[in-house]
Design a protein around this ligand. Structure first.
Ligand SMILES: Cc1cc2nc3c(=O)[nH]c(=O)nc-3n(C[C@H](O)[C@H](O)[C@H](O)COP(=O)(O)OP(=O)(O)OC[C@H]3O[C@@H](n4cnc5c(N)ncnc54)[C@H](O)[C@@H]3O)c2cc1C
Length: 395
């Protein structure tokens, strides 16, 4: 079906990582339909551009653990969200030259993956130190089992990032860049199209997909009257559809960095040394060779649940609230460390990192931790209070 310039079969709002994939795949699957992709930005130095986060992210290629997807499937009662349900799509996305394993990997997808090969001088020392604390070696963390120490896999290919707007061909997709969507238009609880901030409207015959990222999506929906009744009342926005979870339940991954000076700086093992810089490949992609996932112990999680009074996060989770103006930034209260669960998980990971440094293989290359000026060096026996203080200062 053809389209005039205000009506499209599919409208995708937000030309970021997901929006590019959805628009490209939709056009590819239904060549006769019209697809519009609307992106606020065109500045490639920020993630506000076609491609979104894929223009600035690290490109670590990390498929989640099977258990997480299976939990989704159980929660929504739909097997398509299970690991096995997702597997055909994981495979379709990738060209995985690292292992021959057709059960788990794809070899014809648009995203070409690579893994290290950088030959960092500390590569073997770091792996040995992680194995020394009984993290299992896992040759492939992208096969549904993400536990253990694995070579980091990246969506970088020949020194280039996989930029979604390029990797997924947008041929035939009508692109609107420098175009900010102010609201989706709702009639009788159905989204009928979008309104840009300059008041121009576009109509959707089949569907409107909002993929403005984890923070801007709830903002846009709230400004459109789809959201929590209390928030909409506060903003004086007429309610179109009540959705009491809007702006809640964002999960984030705060990170902490620890620095340990090398025992023998003259050996040239560190970033910046001639030894490191000699291999130009060392400067490609993310400067990291290993990827490691570990679980906190049941005892630690059980104790945290006793303090929190429940086993997992819910109402104390991250909150995003909005200001009734599409040009304003939404207010994000990340509520990091707001529960004992949060604190226990971070303490367990910090202790594990310190144990890795304290292992015989770790001690061969680094001295104890080099703390920020007002703190003493941490070790794996540091008390919960001391760890909490450092985590609060750095998370
Ligand atoms: C520094 C950094 C490092 C990361 N590293 C990794 C990594 O190593 N591995 C990994 O898997 N993930 C990583 N991520 C996360 C990954 O980039 C995101 O999960 C991914 O980009 C999310 O895709 P998305 O399409 O949902 O959102 P985005 O890619 O953010 O796209 C949203 C798009 O919507 C546009 N938009 C917003 N509001 C509007 C509006 N009102 N109208 C029109 N357009 C709008 C934005 O400009 C943006 O282009 C990283 C993220 C960051 C920031």
């Amino acid at each position: 079906m053809g389209g005039d310039d205000t009506t499209y079969d599919h409208i995708v709002v937000g030309g970021g990582l997901c929006g590019c994939v959805v628009a490209a795949r939709t056009k590819h699957s239904f060549p006769d339909r019209t697809v519009a992709l609307i992106e606020i930005g065109s500045d490639a130095r920020k993630s506000r551009t076609l491609g979104g986060g894929s223009a600035v992210n690290y490109g670590a290629w990390t498929r989640g653990d099977r258990s997480g997807y299976d939990e989704w499937a159980t929660t929504v009662g739909d097997e398509r969200w299970s690991y096995n349900g997702r597997l055909p799509y994981f495979k379709r996305a990738e060209t995985y030259p690292l292992l021959q394993d057709k059960n788990n990997h794809g070899y014809e997808g648009p995203i070409h993956l690579s893994s290290g090969g950088r030959g960092y001088p500390l590569r073997d020392h770091v792996r040995d130190a992680m194995l020394a604390v009984r993290l299992p070696f896992n040759p492939d963390h992208n096969c549904g089992n993400s536990h253990g120490v694995s070579p980091l896999v990246e969506s970088w290919h020949d020194g280039d990032r996989s930029f979604a707007a390029k990797t997924y061909g947008l041929n035939g997709v009508k692109l609107f860049t420098d175009s900010q969507v102010a609201t989706v238009m709702v009639r009788q609880k159905k989204v009928t199209g979008i309104r840009l901030v300059n008041n121009r409207t576009l109509h959707a015959r089949i569907e409107t997909i909002v993929s403005c990222g984890a923070i801007r999506t709830p903002q846009l929906l709230t400004l459109s009257g789809i959201g929590r009744s209390d928030e909409l009342a506060r903003l004086e926005i007429p309610v179109q559809v009540e959705s009491e979870e809007m702006g809640w339940n964002l999960h984030d991954h705060p990170s902490l960095s620890f620095w340990s000076p090398p025992r023998t700086p003259e050996a040239g093992l560190a970033v910046g040394s001639d030894n490191f810089m000699a291999n130009s490949k060392n400067l490609d992609g993310k400067p990291m060779d290993w990827f490691s996932n570990a679980s906190a112990s049941q005892l630690e999680m059980g104790n945290a649940a006793k303090v929190d009074g429940r086993p997992s996060l819910r109402e104390d989770d991250i909150e995003i609230s909005c200001i009734a103006d599409p040009f304003d930034q939404p207010v994000v209260d990340p509520n990091y460390l707001g529960t004992e669960h949060d604190r226990a998980v971070l303490r367990a990971s910090v202790r594990l990192a310190l144990k890795i440094m304290e292992s015989p293989a770790g001690k061969r290359v680094v001295n104890s931790e080099l703390p920020p000026s007002q703190f003493s060096p941490l070790n794996s026996k540091s008390s919960d209070d001391v760890l909490d203080e450092r985590i609060r200062a750095g998370a």
